[in-house]
Ligand binder design. Structure first.
Ligand SMILES: [Zn+2]
Length: 209
């Protein structure tokens, strides 16, 4: 089965070493970026784009959407969009799509339907087939979660990854991992396990083509 790697809370100060690991294992990925992190590490975001990785929007300051007013949510989106567009402009790489992921998987509570409408209005695209039989969604969730934010221990992460794999179904998997909060060593180990697994790692943008 295919798997699509998505990396949240990017860019961090150690993204460069992580891009090296992705390159070494030839693993495509979307990096869901916080606008405030793009302010801090613009050059690393540029390097990611130039290396063929895609940038998605993960809000500016990583709030809970269900705590956000409509105005605040739109501002979080727009501030980050401007920064992502600027990265693509500076690298002269054409931005392939507008992708969005909610922090904490919190899609807005009482505002969930309205926030989907806003995402649609902004031109965001969700993965095809992610909501079979339901209304289309314009954000990216995930299906395989090694809960990497819970541990910084390689053996513990390996166990969590094995558990997540064993609980996975037969379909394609959208894999969640994180940049900020993970060391390059932990990140590289994870990418190696993905590469060694039975999963066929494909470009997440294949899900919208
Ligand atoms: Zn996040």
């Amino acid at each position: 089965m295919n798997a699509y790697l998505t990396i949240d809370d990017a860019p961090s100060e150690t993204l460069g070493a992580k891009l090296d690991a992705l390159d070494a294992h030839d693993v495509p990925a979307v990096l869901f970026c916080e606008g405030r992190r793009l302010d801090d590490y613009p050059a690393l975001a540029e390097r990611a784009v130039e290396a063929g990785y895609h940038l998605g929007n993960h809000t500016y300051s990583h709030p809970y959407a269900s705590d956000s007013s409509v105005e605040a949510f739109e501002q979080e989106l727009a501030r980050t969009e401007r920064r992502i567009d600027a990265v693509y402009d500076r690298t002269s790489v054409t931005r392939p799509a507008r992708l969005f992921r909610f922090p904490y998987g919190d899609d807005g509570g009482d505002h969930a339907e309205l926030f989907q409408q806003i995402l649609d209005d902004y031109g965001f695209t969700g993965p095809n087939g992610a909501a079979t039989g339901e209304r289309p969604r314009f954000d990216w969730s995930w299906t395989l979660d090694a809960e990497d934010w819970e541990t910084d221990d390689v053996a513990e992460l390996r166990a969590r990854f094995e558990t997540a794999l064993s609980e996975a179904g037969d379909g394609d998997e959208i894999v969640l991992f994180h940049d900020a909060g993970n060391s390059p060593e932990l990140f590289e180990a994870f990418v190696g396990w993905l590469d060694d697994s039975d999963l066929d790692l494909a470009d997440p943008l294949d899900l919208i083509r």
